[in-house]
Write a protein that binds this ligand. Structure first.
Ligand code: SF4
Length: 513
């Protein structure tokens, strides 16, 4: 008998037991201490759990540790949720906690026996890990200030909630061909990066002055490296129907034989846009409208840093930068203290691994900014700190060959020291392997983890990718340069690129690159 392919194995595992049904097993494993069936470990993803690299593990410690991803709906955390996250981080996750590019929060060093207590702690404050990973619709990304920004085109809160409620642990769509990423936004700066979502809805004003949503399909950064195709416009009340119809089309027509050809973008390419729209029209009782394609903000300008007046009288919001999303127990604890002292009611994680304090009395804003700065969190970050992404890296990710988060933070410090007056906007991404978790192909300077030879020895290093940008149909993916270097040489390499760009006449990096 021929060996199962990877796709056959995954499809069989999903057929034999739905990912959602592993929940009861998690409690059983937690109680009994028995070895976990490797096929259940695969299903654990449906609850946001991945096994962790042993890099930081003592040699004699044979514990199976997990990374746990918690979904933050629209990136939002209120004070109770921040306190629950702090409790989990301190008690079960050795002080770890990182914001991700899908507005989630990730913990490390999680043991299966601690999961019942962790799940209960999360559920008490309305948080869940269901569908945070696996072949399902992942956390819906959105603009972190869509409920408070005066410039927003539309309040997408209700629509996003409807779509989230439809996706939420829904058994009809708990077995998709692969992961499936959705975004909904009315941000005039387009910060939810619709170009790289499988499905996204972006508000714009029609020629008649009405708000309509542009539907884009098939974007992605991994095996499906593809800028999403704009397929038409719909009215706000039609978003849920289109989300449902396209999710079902993906479930029913997506490729289940080859996981490298299984994302929605591959299906769109296989069917062609016209046939895809025809199938969509057969499932809804309206037709997509035509209108001019809107202009999109270049990737490096998609941010909400600084103090801004909120749509709510007397209240403000503050966009803040941290390094590569690494907040940790210390950062959470500091944030909670500030929130209590200055009447901050909520924060929201952003798609750039930063966060926004979304609601506080305007008169407290400058004091909050000062206190955040003491914690290393900047409301007016340097160009380097503002847009440096980093993936999980070798400390916790089993695919990684290079360390990322600490290196990214040190790189930012180095560039700030070397170029204190540099003002042009640049974006950076540090990844522990050739995968795309920290979006290396859409930033100006991307680093992909790889092994390189130095003095005949194989050491951790990076390959350089240059010139990525998102800007609607003018988007471009960064080019692999073939230049590889040891991790120790990162400062030197990146510094020389920034220096040479600074001395050039180019207005933006992607033209320069
Ligand atoms: Fe892991 Fe690679 Fe993704 Fe980084 S890019 S988190 S190393 S799979």
């Amino acid at each position: 008998m021929s060996k199962e392919t990877k796709a056959q194995r995954v499809e069989r595992i999903k057929r034999e037991k739905d990912g959602l049904d592993v929940f009861a097993d998690i409690y059983r494993y937690a109680k009994s201490g028995e070895d976990i069936d490797p096929e259940d470990i695969d299903r654990f993803k449906w609850y946001g759990l991945y096994t962790q690299n042993t890099n930081l593990q003592e040699r004699e410690d044979k514990t199976l540790y997990f990374m746990l991803r918690v979904k933050l709906e629209s990136g939002r955390m209120d004070l109770n949720q921040l306190e629950a996250a702090l409790e989990i981080s301190k008690r079960y996750a050795r002080g770890t906690a990182d914001f991700t590019t899908r507005q989630d929060l990730q913990f490390h060093f999680i043991r299966v026996e601690d999961l019942p207590a962790i799940f209960s702690c999360l559920s008490e404050v309305g948080l869940t890990t269901a569908f945070a990973a696996g072949d399902v619709a992942r956390n819906v990304v959105t603009c972190p200030v869509s409920d408070v920004d005066k410039e927003r085109l539309y309040d997408v809160e209700a629509i996003t909630k409807e779509v989230n409620d439809y996706f939420d642990a829904n058994r009809e769509i708990s077995n998709l061909p692969r992961k499936y990423k959705v975004g909904i936004s009315s941000c005039p700066k387009h910060c939810a990066s619709h170009e790289i979502q499988d499905l996204s809805f972006n508000a714009k004003k029609s020629e008649e002055g009405e708000v309509i949503f542009d539907v884009s399909v098939g974007g992605g950064l991994a095996s499906n490296k593809r800028i999403a195709s704009h397929i038409g416009y719909i009215e706000p009340h039609q978003v849920l129907a289109v989300a449902k119809a396209i999710t079902e089309i993906y479930r029913d027509y997506g490729n289940r034989e080859n996981r490298n050809r299984a994302r929605l973008g591959h299906l769109l390419d296989a069917l062609g846009v016209e046939q895809f729209i025809e199938i969509l029209h057969s499932k809804v009782d309206f037709r997509l409208q035509l209108d001019d394609v809107q202009k999109y903000t270049p990737y490096v300008n998609r941010e909400h840093f600084g103090i801004h007046k909120s749509i709510n009288e007397g209240r403000s919001y503050i966009g803040c930068a941290i390094n590569g999303g690494k907040i940790g127990a210390e950062g959470l604890s500091g944030l909670i203290k500030i929130a209590k002292k200055y009447d901050v009611t909520a924060i929201r994680a952003t798609t750039a691994q930063n966060f926004v304090i979304t609601d506080l009395p305007s008169e407290n804003a400058v004091f909050v900014v000062e206190e955040l700065k003491e914690m290393g969190i900047d409301a007016e970050p340097s160009v380097f700190k503002a847009r440096t992404l980093s993936c999980t890296g070798i400390n916790f990710c089993k695919f990684a060959v290079s360390e990322t988060k600490d290196l990214a933070a040190k790189l930012v410090e180095h560039l700030q020291r070397k170029f204190p007056h540099f003002e042009e906007r640049l974006s950076f991404s540090v990844n522990g392997c050739p995968n795309s978790c920290a979006h290396p192909h859409i930033v100006d300077i991307g680093l992909l983890g790889c092994k390189v030879k130095r003095n005949g020895e194989s050491v951790s290093g990076f390959e350089l990718v240059l010139g990525g940008n998102l800007e609607g149909d003018k988007s471009s993916f960064g080019r692999k340069t073939g230049i590889k270097f040891a991790a120790d040489d990162t400062f030197r390499v990146v510094e020389s690129i920034v220096e040479s760009y600074q001395g050039s006449h180019y207005k933006n990096f992607y033209d320069y690159a």
